[in-house]
Design a protein around this ligand. Sequence first.
Ligand code: ASP
Ligand code: MG
Length: 401
Amino acid sequence: MAIVVQKYGGTSVGTIDKIKNVAKRVAKRKKSGDEIVVVVSAMGKTTDILMGMAEEISQNPDRRELDMLMSTGEQVSISLLSIALKELGYDCISLTGLQAGIQTEGSHTKARITDIEIENVRKHVTEEKIVVVAGFQGVDEKGNITTLGRGGSDTTAVALAAKLNSVCEIYTDVDGIYTVDPRLFSTAKKLDYISYEEMVEMASLGADVMETRSIEIAQRFNVPIYVALSTEEWPGTYIKEFDDSMESKVITGLSVSDDDIMITINHVPYGARNISKIFQSLALNDINVDMISQTAPFNGYINISFTAPQRDKFLIDGVLEEIKADLVGIEVDVEEDITKLSVVGIGMKSQSGVAANMFKIFADNDIEFKQVTTSEIRISYTINTNDKEKAVVAVAREFNL
Ligand code: ASP
Ligand code: MG
């Protein structure tokens, strides 16, 4: 008897019919002999709708209350799925994050799982019940309901699988991980396998199939993940440790994200202390800064640019005001129409020339970039969103993605 954690995303449980369908799939799997823990997201766009309601009342809604509000979405889907499973004659139980023992720390709406007291889930599994757990939510040390950040149901699923020593299957509305988002490049190829390392980069850089932190957890605890369609039996993509059986191309994928803004702070007095102040304030507000670039000091001043999530704009504006008050004479520029474009591939570790190749593609296609940053397995550029389509096609063709 193997335990399987299956996760169904919002679109897959978006209507009552879809919930009934998921129930049938889960039931079939249970019948085949596996023990199943199912994690579900809120139905369709529920989380957005709930947030929208709060925003109708306040521009900056209290975050504890937002968590209380948003967590209700998942509570609807776990109960409906359980009702559907019982209707099919299967013994099952729905559990909220609290009931499933999911403990978190960190700020509201961006909490992190610290541990899972798995006994309750395990007990129900041992009793042969299908256990249906609410994704995206947990409870902090004070007993407050927390949520794990948008897309956090993936994290719930992978963390449960890590704790149960099981595999994790992510069922969604796409049939796997593609080299490039097929909406941007229609001939993009589906990958049979991708390594954790590459997937972490792809996810954090905009491939929105899975949430980044979930892959980091999978990598840390070596949880095998399978991403596939929730509606049909159709081969998906395995995410696992890199091994020699996986074809290693130089570039595995291209990620594109419009979710960031680029902030440039000009005329900062040169000195580590000033830079540190800026990034401390951002960190204190849990703002996840990504691409950072700085000019060399000139006449005692530097310019610094970084990207950060558009959805944190309100928090970022607050931090920028603080910084302006503190570092008199600086100038701040915020660019919203930027796109982050990144090529990712384990093959880059041993092959040179990718950067040169990319610069040539940009030059040949008249694409200007504003920033470039690199890691061992990726190179990222910020470009004008206007140039996005052109850039994606040119890069994807060049690397045969
Ligand atoms: N319902 C939450 C969201 O929309 C969590 C998830 O779907 O993973 O972000
Ligand atoms: Mg998701």
